[in-house]
Design a protein around this ligand. Sequence first.
Ligand code: NAD
Ligand code: G3P
Length: 326
Amino acid sequence: MTSFNSVAVIGAGAYGTALACAAVRAGRDVVLYARSADGAAQMQATRNNPKLPGVSLDSSIGVTAEIAAAGRADIVLLATPAQNLREAAAALAPHLEPKTPVVACAKGIERGTHRFMTEVIAESIPDAIPAILSGPNFADDVARGLPTAVTLAARDEKLASDLVQALGSSTFRPYHTSDVRGVEIGGAAKNVLAIAAGIVVGRQLGASALAALTTRGFSELARLGRACGARSETLAGLSGLGDLVLSCSSPQSRNLAFGIALGRGEAPNSDKLAEGEFTAPVLIELAASQNVDMPVSNAVAAILNGKVTIDAAIEGLLTRPFKAEE
Ligand SMILES: NC(=O)c1ccc[n+]([C@@H]2O[C@H](COP(=O)([O-])OP(=O)(O)OC[C@H]3O[C@@H](n4cnc5c(N)ncnc54)[C@H](O)[C@@H]3O)[C@@H](O)[C@H]2O)c1
Ligand SMILES: O=P(O)(O)OC[C@H](O)CO
């Protein structure tokens, strides 16, 4: 039995809505907070979210635009984009009981500050207990109740385990860890690397190149992770390698689709959130500050800010000096 009975999800986009569905399946009382009163009223009435077509919201999920209602929950999940997490946490702060677990479900690093998601929570809501949930799962799969597994990290492993008990079900299976930083780095870096994978696909460089890119991408993700104190088993787990493999190989991935469009010389769909676009510059700044070599991520960042063409970036990666595999 868990002592966490109620869950609030902040951010009624694709993932927030999917997590609300998962929390209901886990047996929790769930409230889903949408910023816009009109959006909340529409979802409450239609039981649909246009970002998750074909998914019907369980009748027990209350959709609200009252942030105070979210603040009364035993657990809060923050499912906004990474760059919006600070404003969401700040809005929640005055309404939250002290020691409430606040779980970041966004994948990214804050631009400007270089803060990881749990650091943003700690700064915005000093009384809260920050945690992070990340792993290979598409909102649509989670919402439909297809089998998924993720990692849930909190500094206190017992709390992480309690949160897993509260949120897990047979189809949404979190694994707990105390390696917060490892989970955060995997989720942030995989989006940048998935854009690179998309470019490989869009440029029709072949399946062998895609496998090589994904593997070398993991190598640099793991290098950065280790430099930041993450554990190897976390980096090779669901939130690291697992999510990288999913995002670099599945057409459902928005980051992969973003990269495919770039690789084809087309404009990416600006209606779809591709977190890697925002994470790339801060990821390479972080890597530079740790003296970590991240050639693939550097290439993505340079392409995105117009410093190099895609062809020059590919040429640059393919003509790097040969070296030992590590
Ligand atoms: N969609 C997925 O499959 C998926 C899976 C795992 C993780 N994630 C992560 O979840 C995060 C959100 O992604 P998404 O797919 O839900 O994006 P989305 O674009 O579908 O939705 C984002 C939602 O956040 C809301 N929002 C923005 N700022 C807010 C604020 N200050 N307060 C309240 N709400 C706010 C927006 O109104 C929007 O409804 C991203 O970091 C993403 O990487 C997504
Ligand atoms: O659609 P993407 O690329 O944002 O990926 C969604 C999830 O992060 C996959 O785990």
